[in-house]
Write a protein that binds this ligand. Sequence first.
Ligand code: ADP
Ligand code: MG
Length: 235
Amino acid sequence: LEEQVRRSDRLKMIGEVAAGTAHEIRNPLTAIKGFMQLLQRALNERQMGRELDYVRIVMAELERVNALVNEFLLLSKPKEVKRVPVRLGHLFGEMLPMLRNEAVMHDVALRYEPRPGLPAVFADKEMLKQVFLNLGKNAIEAMAAVKGGTLTIRERAGRAGAAEVYVDICDTGPGIPAASLERVFDPFFTTKEQGTGLGLSICQRIVHDLGGRIDVATGAGGTVFTVTLPALQGA
Ligand code: ADP
Ligand code: MG
């Protein structure tokens, strides 16, 4: 528990610093992008192919910085959390098409196992979407590294009387090595060349704020991230 408190304090601090600087970085980024586009047009008219390639590289790198800044902003505490009863079925209905796109591109089959009659959860729908999107993307990326597999998203009801619901995000990827396992939720821990290491920190932060938790089980056959969320009584 002490470890969790320490981690959550650290996350909070990083979040505050990040939020402050992220906004400052975003404005010049927008300007750079705008002028790069003008440059691109001018070079295109003069048919300057090699210079156009340079500009394309700059734009691609800009996109990476942009993505990183957006993740920083997510990590910082949102100003208002809109908590409403959320039906997981609705949420996945809106979110799965996005994930399916990612899956198809990486030879991953996507299976969704809804649980009819599952109570609603009390949460911010957009933030919860972000959680499942991040977990789903990680699963797909893990399987892309081994040329495909199956991503299963499974809803489960809590024990009778326990006001909880579970969502399992299961992959058939290579699993997480023991040495990495205790660090995967640390901000900036990544094993990917282009990773930010912020995805799971953001997920954990959001789920904790909602009063839930994330557990992970992993082995040679793949990995399961289980998200536990408080359910609405009698909903
Ligand atoms: P990123 O995806 O940018 O690397 P994350 O915080 O989302 O950052 O994940 C941190 C690390 O946890 C990943 O780099 C990877 O090593 C590991 N990881 C997360 N999910 C999985 C998974 N489903 N299978 C294997 N490894 C995973
Ligand atoms: Mg990730």
